[in-house]
Design a protein around this ligand. Sequence first.
Ligand SMILES: C[S@@+](CC[C@H](N)C(=O)[O-])C[C@H]1O[C@@H](n2cnc3c(N)ncnc32)[C@H](O)[C@@H]1O
Ligand SMILES: [Zn+2]
Length: 291
Amino acid sequence: MITQVLDLLRCPVCGQRFASAITANPQATSIACVSQHHFDIAKQGFVTLLRSQRNSEQIGDTADMVERRIAWLEAGYYDAIAAAVSKPILNLLRTDTSGLTVGDLGAGPGYYAGFLAREAKSNGVPIRIIALDNSLYAARRAAKVDPNVASVRGDTWDELPFADAALDVVIVIFAPMNLTEIARVLKPGGTLIVVTPEADHLATLRAAVPMLNIPEAKSERLAEAALGHFSLDNKQTITTQTEISPNSAANVILMGPSALHLTEVTLLEVLSQRPTCTLDIAVTINEFKKL
Ligand SMILES: C[S@@+](CC[C@H](N)C(=O)[O-])C[C@H]1O[C@@H](n2cnc3c(N)ncnc32)[C@H](O)[C@@H]1O
Ligand SMILES: [Zn+2]
């Protein structure tokens, strides 16, 4: 819920904090910064803190991509990733029982944020998570995943709508990011977890249908870019292979950027010629500490 994370946010217009008095009112329909810039809380519960509102319905993932991502993630195909991302955060929670503040950047429909919130709850430890995404459709869904997840529309390339040193942890799963801004909003010693695809992620599906390529050595390039702000603490690559149905394969392809140049009809024509499709998962969980 937005009203529970006001102390972590900052105004995208003037950069100042949000007035704490409103925090006391869980029924608030808008929030205001100390300079009286007001932002409506949408009826679904998210708030838009984009600096430019131009074409704001057309940015980020489309409604169809978001629904396919939910169907894919709820089927559990990426739960090994969700567990690997949550583990170091739960370890932090065990050592710091006062509760953690987490930003999930490019959070999509908030599946990983919800997963983490439930894990924290079942371990009896407090957590506050902000799911940030520029897509209207993703923000609507993320607002509903868990009472401890607040949904904010914002741009992860731009200045983040978070106060300086507000967060203990930032997670970025297959999403764009601005490392300088992440360093600003993390506390000293804070944790950054980035999930990057390896070049052979979804390799068999890529061989069957024309999908966008994954740049080589993504995690190595990330480690280089992070130098100066972060130290690499841990790195783990998950690789698995499973058979999935053509419909599930269509979901994993069309929930990503290849959706913009492929149609479901062409895709199912190719995929339905085979009884099952091979899903190769090859991703790296990169864990950094802020210097
Ligand atoms: C590949 S999806 C990953 C979503 C989520 N992390 C997951 O793995 O389920 C990338 C997400 O980043 C969002 N996105 C793309 N560009 C963005 C930007 N500049 N600012 C914020 N979000 C962005 C998209 O709307 C989409 O939800
Ligand atoms: Zn302001």
